[in-house]
Design a protein around this ligand. Structure first.
Ligand SMILES: Cc1cc2nc3c(=O)[nH]c(=O)nc-3n(C[C@H](O)[C@H](O)[C@H](O)COP(=O)(O)OP(=O)(O)OC[C@H]3O[C@@H](n4cnc5c(N)ncnc54)[C@H](O)[C@@H]3O)c2cc1C
Length: 531
């Protein structure tokens, strides 16, 4: 096969369509740079759809004295809420307290406490948790999110589903985010600003030549060569593979893969708050109301030795999460309650930490300047993706003096141009205009598309105006929108990443969707404008 060389030279070629690649692409486009991004599969197919989906400071990272990381993430929560009030929202977290709760043994805090108060024998005292929450409340400057309070679980409805031995809890704020929708909307926004986004396109090699990068890709358009002034490696769990096998550079920098698995059960309780459970092994897990009718429980923390794409929730991890949650809920959680599981690997910068839980959650950006610049992205969080993108562009600024300054803190994502507390009004407006929508349907569309939900529904007067009905309120109109606007190419892209309708649709319905999408693509009817 001969390689087709694209004539244009772009400023940045980005490898990886997770949150970091798409966040950097969007930011760079707004600064006036030109960008091409290649993702080997679907957007957010790897870690960025497998997170716990929290915009959070990371309460437990305080025990590792990761103050910079926690402060940056805390500050970021409200900036992100304002920019994407459709796909993110505030949540209250209930942290039941019991005297048996223990630290993981090798956190700096547990070592310090072991020195000054050896009689605590690794227990997390209540005053220390309260102090941690005080720091959490004050470090990041809150305007929207309410402060911590103490709960009497014998009176508060949050105590009802729990084992009665838990009598006291603290309740604090963090936020939810639809992780894979955040990635798709960031890519959409980058494309609207002129970025070339190529999904299902593998980067096979990248070489420096004549002061530029020559990047070879394989995708639907065959083998292509792209020229770029700088290369950004946002390969997530593949970051090291890209350095060694794609760019073929010898490097001492490595990535440590830590697997985190989640289980999803039918709804375990009837209120809208989350639980933060502390285990006797020093770890913590969350139980979170999920997709209206379900509960999400996770995560585990296991070193992952296999290929990144082999991340699966093992039976052992499922049972661990069930047993952990059962220590708190009055009614045990069993494997039979689990309706779905997912798993992803954290691509952490290898700093030689002993345990998986202790490895730094901070991000590291390393710039290789032996010729045309290469920026490698290690680690990061969904929460800090915007700040990470700003730091990445700052590192690259000397090579692009024409680039404009920071801008993403003030500009909403597509569909997010409404107030952070405006969801109910938007939903009511949608129901008034489209009388055929049920409550659930309207709520789902507002949470997915925000102010663009009406544009997607267009002039429909009845549900049948929206074309083929695939079940669970998914219609051809929405599928076409996701193909044209959000780079969806197969049924999985839609039912597990642009939405979570896979939890509600049958295998037959998903198969019918696959047939529809294959047909539409074969007809070439829906080529997206931006690709
Ligand atoms: C279990 C778990 C829970 C988490 N929970 C949270 C949370 O609640 N809040 C939070 O803020 N953060 C959380 N995180 C962290 C967060 O999810 C990650 O930091 C983030 O998703 C990493 O994004 P990324 O873009 O670097 O990687 P990815 O999303 O993995 O993207 C990298 C992409 O690069 C592509 N790629 C690699 N090589 C090539 C190539 N050669 N050619 C083309 N494409 C390539 C891959 O296909 C992949 O899609 C969690 C992580 C895990 C694992």
């Amino acid at each position: 096969m001969t390689d087709r060389e694209r004539p244009e030279v772009v400023d940045l070629f980005i490898i990886g369509g997770g949150i970091n690649g798409c966040g950097i692409a969007r930011d760079a486009m707004g600064r006036g740079l030109t960008v091409t991004l290649a993702e080997q599969g679907d957007l957010a197919q790897a870690t960025s759809s497998a997170s716990t989906k929290l915009f959070h400071g990371g309460l437990r990272y305080l025990e590792y004295f990761e103050f910079r990381l926690v402060r940056e993430a805390l500050e970021e929560r409200e900036t992100l809420l304002a920019a994407m009030p459709h796909i993110s929202w505030p949540m209250r977290f209930v942290l039941p307290y019991h005297a048996d709760m223990r630290f993981e043994s090798d956190t700096p805090t547990s070592r310090l406490l072991g020195l000054v108060m050896p009689w605590m024998k690794g227990r997390r005292p209540a005053w220390l948790i309260r102090l941690g929450l005080f720091l959490y409340d004050t470090l990041g400057g809150r305007k929207i999110l309410p402060a911590t309070r103490t709960l009497d679980l014998t009176q508060d409805p949050a105590g009802r589903p729990l084992n009665p031995k838990f009598r006291k809890a603290y309740e604090y704020s963090d936020c939810w985010v639809e992780d894979s929708r955040l990635v798709a909307l960031s890519a959409r926004d980058a494309a609207d600003r002129g970025a070339q986004i190529h999904t299902r396109t593998l980067v096979v090699s990248a070489d420096r030549a004549d002061g530029l990068w020559r990047v070879t890709t394989e995708g639907a358009e065959g083998r292509q060569v792209h020229l770029a002034r700088a290369l950004v490696n946002a390969g997530g769990p593949w970051v090291e593979d890209v350095i060694r096998n794609v760019a073929r550079i010898n490097s001492t920098e490595g990535v440590r893969l830590v697997r985190g698995s989640h289980i999803v059960t039918r709804k375990l309780y009837d209120h809208d708050r989350c639980y933060f459970f502390q285990g006797e092994d020093g770890r913590i897990i969350f139980a979170i109301p999920y997709e209206q009718d379900f509960t999400l429980i996770g995560t585990t923390d296991k070193d992952h030795k296999d290929a990144p794409k082999e991340a699966r929730c093992t039976d052992e991890e499922r049972d661990y999460l069930c047993a952990f949650a059962s220590k708190y809920f009055a009614k045990p959680v069993t494997a039979a309650d689990v309706v779905w599981t997912y798993s992803g690997v954290r691509p952490l910068y290898n700093d030689g930490a002993k345990s998986a839980t202790a490895a730094t959650r901070d991000y590291v950006l390393s710039l290789d300047q032996n010729g045309a610049p290469l920026l490698n992205v290690f680690g990061g969080k969904i929460t800090t993706h915007r700040r990470l993108a700003e730091s990445a562009l700052e590192k690259l600024a000397p090579f692009f003096p024409q680039a404009k300054g920071n801008w993403t803190a003030r500009v909403p994502l597509p569909g997010g141009d409404f107030p952070h507390d405006g969801v109910a009004a938007l939903r009511a407006g949608l129901r008034a205009r489209y009388a055929f929508l049920t409550d659930y349907w309207a709520a789902r569309l507002v949470r997915a598309y925000g102010t663009q939900a009406a544009e997607m529904l267009g002039d429909a007067r009845t549900a049948s105006d929206l074309g083929q009905d695939f079940g669970a309120t998914l219609t051809a109109r929405e599928v076409d929108w996701l193909v044209a606007r959000e780079f969806a190419r197969g049924a999985e892209d839609i039912v597990w990443r642009r939405s979570k309708l896979g939890l509600r649709m049958t295998a037959e319905q998903i198969a019918a969707l696959e047939v529809y999408m294959a047909g539409a693509q074969a007809a070439g009817a829906q080529a997206p404008a931006a690709e």
